[in-house]
Write a new protein. Structure first.
Length: 309
């Protein structure tokens, strides 16, 4: 990516909000403020919330809006340094050793200097993020950090505090420009305070009805107004029920898209029952809503929207 494609950081909170809306991301004033301060202060941004509320999308939107590459570290149980930070190209190193031996090179120090150089270093997401040239710092997404263990959290402290990575064989590699770090977690476990202290924090909640309706208008422009209103009202009521997994914004968009593809103009009991798999992801939840409770919710939605007209 060339430098002339990279855009300057927004100068105000309003510009930040406009930047996000330009990418069809409807953000609250509070979220826009945190993002503005994170960019201004060069601090990592820690986003917490339920799955499907749009945390990961924020990093993607910033990458697109600012014209910066997105480097994503998808976290999982057992994630280690070789997968997240770097590893050595062992086959190439062995070949180098054999070639040195074939030419009569026997100095251990000389061979080690040759094989432990950046030439044989395989850069994983963390090292890629701190190795970018000045002026081209990427958006570095550390996604679902709560899936890793505390040992990996502790390792991240050096990166978040000093924007650098220490490689024993080479030394410390420091970022020419701090990457824009976005950390997300679904709160399946608590993240240690030492890591949170280094970040600006924001809880990304489910949107209210007006915001969710605007999201559908932007993301599913083919969905008619009546259907969009019914979808949002239905999903909002579902979130008031104790389900195993409440539908997130992503599921709302999927449901609106599916119903639009089916050329539906309004919700009816049969349509809701047939398409619940795009909205709910657990059989127990689907079975509960397929019955009388689902029909009751739909009746309430129709009644509320009719009264509001």
């Amino acid at each position: 990516m060339s430098k002339n494609e990279i855009k300057a950081f927004p100068a105000t909170i309003d510009e930040t909000q406009a930047l996000l809306e330009g990418q069809d991301y409807v953000a609250s004033r509070a979220l826009s403020t945190v993002l503005y301060l994170g960019l201004k202060m060069r601090r990592p941004i820690f986003l917490e919330g339920e799955a499907g509320v749009g945390k990961t999308e924020i990093a993607k939107v910033l990458s697109q809006a600012l014209g910066r590459p997105l480097i994503r570290l998808q976290c999982y149980e057992g994630l280690d340094i070789s997968s997240a930070v770097y590893e050595w190209n062992y086959p190439a190193q062995m070949l180098e050793i054999r070639m040195a031996e074939a030419t009569g090179e026997t100095s251990r120090e000389s061979i080690e200097q040759g094989i432990f150089s950046e030439r044989y270093l395989i850069k994983r997401p963390v090292l890629q993020a701190v190795s970018a040239p000045e002026g081209e710092a990427p958006v570095f997404l550390i996604d679902e950090l709560d899936r890793t263990d505390e040992a990996f959290e502790a390792f991240l402290l050096e990166i978040l505090s000093d924007n650098q990575v220490t490689i024993p064989e080479i030394g410390t590699i420091k970022a020419a420009e701090p990457p824009i770090v976005i950390i997300t977690t679904n709160r399946t476990r608590e993240i240690h305070d030492a890591l949170k202290r280094r970040c600006l924090y924001h809880w990304v909640d489910y949107p209210d009805a007006a915001t969710e309706l605007e999201i559908i208008r932007r993301k599913v422009p083919g969905c008619n107004e009546e259907l969009s209103a019914e979808i949002v009202a239905y999903v909002q009521k579902l979130r008031e029920i104790e389900l195993f997994k409440n539908p997130g914004v992503a599921e709302t968009i999927d449901w609106a898209t599916a119903l639009t593809e089916l050329d539906k103009l309004a919700l009816d009991p049969e349509t809701v029952s047939d398409t619940l798999g795009t909205l709910l992801k657990y059989q127990d939840d689907i079975a509960r809503i397929e019955g009388s409770e689902g029909r009751k919710i739909l009746e309430e939605v129709k009644s509320d929207l009719s009264a509001a007209q």
